[in-house]
Every structure is written in structure tokens, then in C-alpha cells.
Ligand binder design. Structure first.
Ligand code: ZN
Length: 254
């Protein structure tokens, strides 16, 4: 059985440059590893997630590429497994010790750990975040987060807080960040977002009223943009881009 190895170093995936200029997972078994997780069976594939040992030398044909950039280089199913591998590695690093008693934890299954001292079992935890496309006729509300490193506009988004529903999260985030009211909130689709372990949950909504006033602490700028005059928008594979593309095609789900 073929077992692919997804080897990471600080969020970058190790890939092999092929003679034709393309990229693939490395066949090289000489790379020194720091951590290797149990074999995973998922999505019809068998794979292993591993971390490169710090300071290890790489052969010339191997390259470390930031995970998001590998989306354009790898078949989609390979990229999706790389996302999962990275999430598992992050989770592994954060849960070396039990959160209750501090003892060293052990793997109980490929996706769970067990504390031998206090018997607590843990699984990878996701952080759900809502993202919302707000339309006003032929216009779309786009905002530029202060977190964005490049000059582009995205959709209003934020993490779900304890005690609130997804719909309440959408309304609260929109209100906090823009002061406007929305109506007709509809589910669009979701996407795993392994930076580090988020689940993006996409909604569409319609503008219902209020004057746009951006929250200065989080947003640099924003406004209503006509469908024929959109600024630079997020790239694929982000769900924001999928939602905007779908809106431009009048398609209301993934
Ligand atoms: Zn414990």
C-alpha cells in the first residue's frame, strides 16, 4: 500500500521539483524527521504527517513551500490531505502535555490522544468562524482587514463565540464591524481552513439598513462595490473567493 508522507517545516510543505517543472510529494526518505504521527486513513488515502528536524539539510530537488501556495501546484485531493496533515501536526505540538494534569499524552488513535495519568481523552479542536457575503442589489460589501498583508478586499468574518449560534455570530460580526443591519441570512457552504485549525462557515445575507461605519480597530477600509467594478479580491482556495465568484454567477451555494 502506498503511504504518502506530508512533511512540514514551520507551516511549509516539503515538495520535490520534478524534471518537467511540476511538483510532487517527495519520494526521498533521507530527510531527517522530528515528529512522525500515526498513519492516517482518510478520504480513501493512507498517509503520514511529519515534521522535519530543525536545521536538517535538504537535497537540491526538494523545496519547502508555504501550504497555501501549494494549492496551485498540487492535485486538489493531495492539497486537501496536506491541509489535514498540517492541522494534525499543529494539534500534536499543542497537546504534547495533558491540559488537565500536565502529564505527557499518548496517541490513542490516529486522531485522538489519551492521558495515562488522569485518563482524559482529547481530539483536535476546531475554531468555527463565520464569513458573510452581504449584497445590496448589484453591489457587494467588501472590507480590508488590518490583518491582510496585501492590498485586497474580502468579506466580513469572525470567530464564533461561546454561547452563540452561527446566525447570531453573523449578525454580531456584521454589526460590530460595519454597523449595518442584514436580513435573509442563508447558508452557503463551509471550508476547512488550516491556518491553524479553523472551519470557515459561509453565509449570504442582504443589506437591510443602517449607515456603513467601519470598525477602526479591525478594518482599514471598505465599502459597497458594484459587480462590474470589484477591487482585488482574495485568491482561491479561500471560501471568500468561492462565494464572490458564485455571487457573480448568481449561484447560491458551492
Ligand atoms: Zn492528564
Amino acid at each position: 500500500m502506498e503511504v504518502n508522507r506530508y512533511i512540514f517545516n514551520h507551516g511549509a510543505l516539503l515538495l520535490e521539483r520534478r524534471a518537467d517543472g511540476g511538483y510532487a510529494l517527495p519520494n526521498d526518505n533521507t530527510v531527517e524527521l522530528d515528529a512522525e504521527l500515526p498513519v492516517q486513513h482518510w478520504g480513501g488515502e493512507t498517509f503520514v504527517a511529519a515534521e522535519m528536524a530543525a536545521g536538517s539539510e535538504l537535497p537540491e530537488t526538494l523545496e519547502l513551500i508555504p501550504l497555501r501556495a501549494t494549492y496551485a501546484l498540487l492535485p486538489l485531493h493531495v492539497y486537501r490531505l496536506a491541509e489535514k496533515a498540517r492541522e494534525l501536526l499543529d494539534w500534536n505540538r499543542e497537546t504534547l502535555h495533558c491540559g488537565h494534569c500536565g502529564a505527557l499524552q499518548e496517541f490513542r488513535s490516529p486522531i485522538s490522544k489519551f492521558c495515562p495519568q488522569c485518563k482524559t481523552e482529547t481530539w483536535p479542536k476546531l475554531s468555527p468562524a463565520c464569513i458573510v457575503l452581504i449584497e445590496r442589489g448589484e453591489e457587494l460589501l467588501l472590507v480590508q482587514s488590518r490583518d491582510f498583508k496585501r492590498e485586497f478586499f474580502g468579506l466580513v468574518a469572525g470567530f464564533v463565540e461561546t454561547g452563540e449560534s452561527l446566525e447570531e455570530c453573523v449578525r454580531r460580526e456584521v454589526k460590530e464591524e460595519t454597523q449595518i443591519e442584514i436580513k435573509n441570512i442563508r447558508y452557503f457552504g463551509s471550508q476547512p481552513w488550516p491556518f491553524p485549525r479553523n472551519l470557515m462557515i459561509g453565509f449570504w445575507a442582504e443589506y437591510a439598513g443602517g449607515e456603513l461605519s467601519l470598525q477602526d480597530a479591525e478594518l482599514r477600509k471598505g465599502g459597497w462595490f458594484h459587480r462590474d467594478a470589484l477591487p482585488a479580491i482574495p485568491e482561491r482556495p479561500s471560501i471568500a473567493r468561492q462565494m464572490i465568484d458564485a455571487w457573480l454567477k448568481d449561484k447560491h451555494s458551492i
